[in-house]
Ligand binder design. Structure first.
Ligand code: DHK
Length: 151
């Protein structure tokens, strides 16, 4: 059976590439998901991708991943800074995760400096634009032993 990994994007990331491109860049979410699919396939992993603007839908999707997905890469959008429920869901499913932000949240408004997830993440990537997703999946592949080169 193939090893599944999950990419989650939270609120407003459906507008990636369109909204505030000076902050989030010009690459669309569709492009990010396609690139992640090819990248993970090249490592022999199977990608599941999910975006929602609804906190409950994201939590439901995380619950589905319990015991099915081996790793999660998540850009929680604004929920990063507000959601105890999202933190609880990630802890509850016991699937390791990497937190990704396209922008450098520490160089932005003070309310973006705190994350409810970071202390529980395997790692946090921010400020690298959409390359952050690529870096995260390279790390995931390494962690899951899918690449001899990075082992
Ligand atoms: C995306 C968002 O939508 C913001 O709410 C976060 C994050 C930052 C990003 O940089 O990808 O504060």
């Amino acid at each position: 059976m193939s090893t599944k990994v999950l990419l989650i994007n939270g609120p407003n990331l459906n507008l990636l590439g369109l909204r505030e491109p000076h902050i989030y860049g010009h690459t669309t979410l569709k492009d990010v998901e396609e690139a992640a699919r090819k990248q993970t396939e090249s490592y022999g992993l199977t990608l599941e991708a999910f975006q929602s603007n609804n906190e409950g839908a994201i939590i439901d999707r995380l619950h589905e991943a319990r015991r099915k997905c081996k790793f999660i890469v998540i850009n929680p959008g604004g929920l990063t800074h507000t959601s105890v429920a999202l933190r609880d869901a990630l802890l509850g499913i016991e699937v390791p995760f990497i937190e990704v932000h396209a922008s450098n949240i520490h160089a932005r408004e003070p309310f973006r400096h705190h994350s409810y997830l970071s202390d529980k993440a395997v790692g946090v990537i921010c400020g690298l634009g959409v390359f952050g997703y690529t870096a995260a999946f390279d790390f995931v592949a390494q962690k899951l032993g899918m690449t001899a080169v990075l082992k």
